[in-house]
Design a protein around this ligand. Structure first.
Ligand SMILES: *[C@@H]1O[C@H](CO)[C@@H](O)[C@H](O)[C@H]1NC(C)=O
Ligand SMILES: *[C@@H]1O[C@H](CO)[C@@H](O)[C@H](O)[C@H]1NC(C)=O
Length: 353
């Protein structure tokens, strides 16, 4: 089915709702997507525009997988599983399922700054590092290869010079809309949570706020090579990558309408207001709306229950079609379970993914 929250121009024409809600009894894996913190994401990354595409041209999503060296350190059976089955199958499904509007010609990612200090200048789209660019730019736990990065742009400590420094740009990652860094690192999250994999976006392009890079990290000790576990792992991996492609509470405030205009007002810096208590950009009620429902809990006692609905027009249309219920006001999001499980499509925890 189509799921069409538009994450920055990407028409998420997806089986997303199916993936996010379908029952998968073989799987006992939890999905614990967490919206990445603003310090983990680079927003508004300028890409070289090429105007060979018509404004509304849509085409199949093109994902480029980049395997981190940690994948090669896995035992052979797990490495083979990841590289020859799990990710190729997940990506092939997602490429067939998603359409992208105004696709990129190539991707070049922005560099992180040393000490996370960066500067923006008026009427200059570049983001400058104050003093120095970081030695390595990361996407989640993965170090991004140098040839995926833009030239370092910095301002000297005195700020008398602002401009390029170091080796020039390479051509970037060609014919790609999204680069996915795949790693198998036993991170703190792996040891704290019983998860096979988690994923998130790390950089968004400037024109439509579409994620152009993200990561998926596998927790090596939770990976199974048992054939009967494969379907569950595949569905977990697809599901997690969909979060990285844009289905995340951290991006709701950046969703746009059919014309590509923001659904939530922006400030001069091009971003909405950041809500410190939620830890994400604050969406407008054109994207997510809270409603109060009366729940009949025991046949005679009513309980008021506050639910959040994703209400963008395409999501609402699809959800009405999916549930064959023309009066639905939107798609209900999960509202309990604490950080990370809040505000995800209802049913996903039950799906055991
Ligand atoms: C500022 O940085 C540029 C580029 O790295 C360098 O060529 C220049 O000498 C620096 N100037 C000062 C005053 O540090
Ligand atoms: C931030 O989120 C909290 C919790 O949903 C909400 O109560 C508050 O009004 C939000 N702040 C702004 C400025 O919207």
């Amino acid at each position: 089915m189509k799921m069409a929250a538009r994450s920055g121009g990407a028409l998420l024409t997806v089986g997303a709702l199916l993936v996010l809600t379908c029952q998968s009894p073989t799987s006992t894996i939890n999905c614990r997507h967490r919206a990445p913190g603003p310090e983990e994401v680079i927003y508004r990354v300028q890409q070289k525009s090429d105007h060979i595409w018509k404004r509304d041209a849509e085409q199949q999503l093109r994902v480029q997988i980049h395997y981190d060296p940690s994948i090669d350190h896995l035992v052979v059976v797990k490495r083979r599983l990841v590289k020859s089955k799990l990710f190729p199958q997940a990506i092939s499904y997602l490429q067939k399922t998603f359409q992208v509007r105004r696709p990129s010609s190539s991707i070049l990612l922005s560099r992180q700054c040393a000490n996370n200090q960066y500067l923006k200048k008026k009427s200059d789209p570049h983001r400058y590092c104050h003093g120095a660019c970081a030695q390595h730019t990361r996407c989640g736990p993965v170090i991004v290869p140098e040839d995926h990065l833009q030239q370092c742009m910095l301002c000297n400590n005195t700020e008398q010079y602002c401009g390029p420094s170091g080796p020039p740009d390479s051509g970037g990652i060609r014919n790609t809309d999204f680069v996915l860094y795949v790693s198998a690192i036993t991170t703190e999250r792996c040891s704290q949570e019983n998860i096979v994999a988690y994923a998130a976006y790390c950089q968004l392009e400037a024109e439509m706020d579409r994620p152009i890079a993200g990561y998926a990290n596998l927790c090596p000790s939770m990976m199974s090579t048992q054939p009967q576990e494969f379907a569950g792992m595949l569905s977990t991996v697809k599901h997690e990558i969909i979060h990285a492609l844009g289905f995340s509470a951290g991006l709701f405030a950046l969703y746009r309408d059919d014309n590509g205009d923001p659904l939530t007002p922006r400030y001069i810096n091009g971003l909405p207001l950041f809500n410190d208590s939620l830890g994400v950009y604050q969406w407008s009620d054109r994207v997510v709306r809270a409603v109060t429902r009366n729940w009949d809990v025991s046949g005679f006692k009513m309980v008021q229950h506050r639910v959040y609905l994703l209400v963008t027009p395409r999501v609402t249309d699809e959800v009405r079609r999916h549930f064959n219920c023309p009066i639905l006001e939107g798609m209900e999001l999960e509202n309990q379970g604490g950080m990370g499980t809040e505000l995800k499509p209802l049913g996903e925890e039950a799906a055991g993914e």
